[in-house]
Design a protein around this ligand. Structure first.
Ligand code: FE2
Length: 124
């Protein structure tokens, strides 16, 4: 019997969460509708020792479609580089989620994946 951790497998699982190309908006005033509709909108609430993140996809009222051909597949939350939450969506399911996190770094990142247009990120 062994209770050692399979480090290779653990690293592989974390690497599944790391994408080489992550899009984000640099200047919100210059953002295109294409950029706005993919970017996570995050409302943060302090809650006891942690925080509540209310996430939807799209900024400035521009929302992303959720059809068979074109949809948001997931929303993920990172505390620093640590993955701390994930919700999955399919066509017809509104991509909204609430996450309760115990923040341990000073950088929270929320990402979404569009099946056609890749990963989009908002940092708090
Ligand atoms: Fe898209």
């Amino acid at each position: 019997m062994s209770d050692t951790v399979d480090l290779d497998n653990a690293v592989a699982e974390v690497n599944d969460w790391v994408y080489e190309e992550v899009h984000s908006i640099e200047d919100i005033d210059a953002a295109t509708d294409f950029e706005l509709k993919h970017t996570p909108n995050v409302v943060l609430e302090e809650m006891g020792s942690g925080q509540l993140l209310r996430v939807s996809i799209g900024l400035k009222g521009i929302t992303h479609p959720q059809t068979e051909e074109h949809f948001i597949e997931w929303i993920r939350v990172f505390d620093g580089t640590e993955p701390v939450g994930e919700r999955l969506f399919g066509p017809g399911e509104e991509p909204v989620a609430v996450f309760e996190i115990e923040r341990s770094s000073n950088q929270i990142a929320v990402q979404s994946l569009c099946n056609l247009h890749g990963v989009w990120e908002a940092r708090l």
